[in-house]
Write a protein of this length. Structure first.
Length: 400
């Protein structure tokens, strides 16, 4: 090891929702924890959809990273760039080598802006945006607010992605605003989805079809964005069933690019060798690495076949902690993650439905009595105020 190296009982790669939640839980167990993360600001990213929809300010979504870091955690404020699971070492961008007894991998997910030709260039024009980038979410609201006629296209990529409902949410927020302004009838709205239905659970698919019909949205299922011509302001949409391509001129484009594990994770031995997206190769129930038993992973970077949401992280964190502690005592991990995830789908600027599900892809509601398969006003308040409160005050402190 390098003469500048350090060693910690537990090293956590990533200081997002997963890393901070796990660190907080481990510190309460009296463990020596090191978090490697370069961030200065910690963001509650689910709020970015509401920022793009003009329902929240960007300043509400961020707090200083130092304010959410658990006390007495060693924080290396650098980016990790390599992991050697055989030597049990992590290397940072500055060349520092950090040894570990146990490693928790949760650096998040990367957006591959260059996979679809023309996307990056289009986002630099005044006609395209994406809520999946902090610097662009306020621009989305400017585009929505200024559009009075023409064509608006909203796209979603195929493959795993964080918050898979977000490409739909912004379309509904936009349409509701345009209706309030009396211009919705003058705007052609096209929603491009790679899936055969609007949602994987019929009850929610039915409700979302009703919502889309009410707004007059033209939904293209089994379809994807293939290319953007930023100069001509046109998108090429491919129908995956017929392999035909349709060209649509746009006045506003909200694009979501494909996503994958960070490149340095893809290049490491801990990635899934069978998956080009490079997810960390873990058991979907115990969240322990399939080949390196000193490693656990959770959050967006894991290979688990659940929806990549903050709700999933909230259920994964206690499983990782319990199983990691078990291995430190030379006992097999027994805690299991059910695949739980949830998607709060905003259907207007005052209503939301709450989709909850697990590995069985069945509706698994956690709120009694209330029918969360329908758009509701009370669920909007949960999304706008309740979930952020839960995040900052309970989840990041390892108490929820």
């Amino acid at each position: 090891m390098s003469p500048h190296s350090t060693h910690h009982e537990i090293v956590i790669l990533g200081g997002g929702s997963a890393g901070i939640s796990v660190a907080a839980r481990l510190k309460r167990q009296g463990k020596s924890v090191c978090v490697i993360d370069p961030a200065v600001t910690h963001y509650y990213q689910p709020l970015w959809t509401l920022v793009g929809g003009g329902c929240a300010g960007m300043d509400e979504s961020g707090r200083p990273q130092a304010s959410v870091m658990p006390k007495n955690v060693t924080w290396i404020q650098r980016a990790a760039e390599a992991v050697d699971p055989e030597a049990r070492e992590v290397r940072t961008e500055t060349g520092q080598v950090v040894g570990y007894d146990r490693l928790v991998v949760c650096p998040g997910i990367q957006t591959d802006w260059d996979v679809i030709p023309g996307v990056r260039t289009a986002l630099a024009t005044p006609y395209a945006s994406s809520n999946y980038a902090r610097e662009l979410a306020p621009k989305t609201w400017e585009l929505i607010r200024n559009l009075r006629s023409g064509t608006a296209v909203f796209t979603m990529p195929s493959g795993p992605m964080k918050c898979a409902g977000a490409p739909q949410k912004i379309a509904y927020l936009a349409c509701d605003y345009w209706r309030q302004q009396g211009v919705l009838d003058d705007i052609r709205v096209v929603l491009v989805l790679p899936t055969p239905a609007m949602f994987g659970i019929k009850a929610f698919a039915d409700e979302l079809e009703r919502v889309a019909t009410d707004y007059g949205i033209e939904v293209r299922t089994n379809s994807e964005l293939a290319e953007v011509d930023p100069d001509g302001r046109e998108v090429a949409i491919v129908d995956n069933a017929t392999k035909s391509t349709d060209t649509i001129a746009y006045d506003m484009l909200h694009v979501v690019a494909p996503q994958s594990a960070p490149d340095w994770i893809k290049a490491s031995l801990i990635s899934d060798p069978t998956n080009p997206a490079g997810w960390v190769d873990v058991d979907q129930y115990t969240l322990q690495h399939k080949r390196f038993d000193s490693i656990f992973a959770l959050g967006d970077v894991g290979s688990t076949p659940n929806s990549k949401t903050g709700a999933a992280v909230r259920k994964q964190a206690p499983v990782v902690v319990e199983n990691l502690l078990a291995t430190l005592h030379d006992t097999p991990p027994t805690a299991q993650y059910s695949g739980y995830g949830s998607c709060p789908l905003t259907t207007s600027r005052k209503t939301m439905l709450l989709a909850e599900f697990d590995y069985s892809i069945k509706h698994t509601p956690s709120i009694p009595v209330i029918d969360t398969t329908k758009s509701r006003r009370d669920m909007w308040y949960l999304k706008r105020y309740g979930l952020p409160f839960l995040y900052w005050n309970l989840m990041l402190k390892g108490r929820a």
